[in-house]
Design a protein around this ligand. Structure first.
Ligand SMILES: NC(=O)c1ccc[n+]([C@@H]2O[C@H](COP(=O)([O-])OP(=O)(O)OC[C@H]3O[C@@H](n4cnc5c(N)ncnc54)[C@H](OP(=O)(O)O)[C@@H]3O)[C@@H](O)[C@H]2O)c1
Length: 276
């Protein structure tokens, strides 16, 4: 049995669906109730309270860990200790590319600490380090629906954003084993700028979408509505001043999936209804 935390999110939902479709026994974990594919067990639990994970973990072979909410209040040793006590053999951690590219950044400290704890806990482990998600474009959904407008900073900075469905596919493969002690950096196929993303969304919905560039201060105010300040700063640093490593597509998705990663245009087409 495979336990998926973050099971209702951008990565967890397609991961649960993919594992279930492949005939795996899946336990989906989130704090709130969820609508899940037939046959998938849901167990409510909170990663900030590792004991609450016990009913989900009993009898599990593998665990997918998604450190939500910037990692606040999550104790890696407690989560991994609960997994070990329950007999889990293998853990796949969704981390972030920023752990490698921004070694001192406060925004990535919780994921860095989780990686360190995982490497030292004695369980089989695999670490997935995605770059920016295509699904971050959901932040523009209401302004596109209401005003056919995308407002974002750093118009001239292109990054190889990754489709969460590709992350889910990579997680599904590694959760089945054979990738012990491996770290994979997961990106999309090619850099794409915010105005290019806006145009792709426009094509997906068959309407012209206007792009307006925000200043960093304006963008920080918008992100600060749902992110802690250090995560806002770290996110804007990557979006505005990416390192060469953050600008360059990785071939790890293609190596894991034996096909190229999906471009942003494909993500926009699949999720067009959110923008109509
Ligand atoms: N967005 C990016 O560009 C990017 C880039 C690199 C790495 N990442 C990493 O990716 C992760 C976010 O993935 P995502 O977009 O798939 O997440 P998401 O869509 O925000 O979903 C979060 C999931 O976790 C659950 N959850 C939240 N807090 C929880 C808690 N305390 N205990 C148990 N479950 C909890 C949520 O359900 P409930 O609310 O019902 O619990 C939901 O299922 C973060 O670790 C982030 O650092 C993101």
């Amino acid at each position: 049995m495979i336990v998926v935390t973050g099971a209702t999110g951008n990565v967890g939902a397609p991961l649960v669906a993919e594992l279930a479709a492949a005939g795996e026994r899946v336990t989906a974990v989130s704090r709130r109730p969820a609508t899940l594919p037939p046959g998938v067990r849901h167990v409510p639990a909170d990663l900030t309270d590792a004991e609450s994970l016990q009913p989900a973990l009993d009898g599990a072979e593998a665990l997918f860990v998604l450190v939500a909410g910037g990692g606040a209040g999550i104790d890696p040793d407690a989560v991994l200790g609960a997994a070990k006590a329950a007999g889990v053999r293998r853990v796949v951690l969704q981390s972030s590319q920023g752990v490698r590219t921004r070694p001192g950044a406060a925004s990535h400290a919780p994921l860095r600490e989780f990686e360190e704890a995982l490497r030292g806990c004695g369980l089989e482990w695999t670490i997935l380090r995605p770059g920016g998600f295509a699904s971050n474009a959901y932040a523009w959904a209401s302004s596109v629906r209401e005003r056919r407008l995308v407002a974002a900073p750093f118009a001239d900075v292109a990054l190889p954003v990754v489709d969460p469905a590709d992350l889910a596919a990579c997680a599904a493969i590694t959760l089945r084993g054979g990738h012990q002690s491996q770290v994979y950096e997961l990106t999309g196929p090619a850099p794409i700028s915010p105005p290019e993303q806006a145009a792709a969304i426009g094509r997906a919905i068959g309407a012209e979408v206007t792009f307006v560039e925000l200043t960093r201060t304006e963008a920080a105010a918008a992100l600060g509505a749902f992110m802690p300040p250090e995560v806002v700063a770290g996110t804007l640093d990557i979006m505005g001043s990416p390192t060469p490593g953050e600008r360059t597509p990785s071939d790890d998705v293609a190596r894991l999936l034996a096909r190229p990663p999906r471009p942003f245009t494909a993500w926009a087409a699949v999720h067009a209804d959110a923008f109509r």
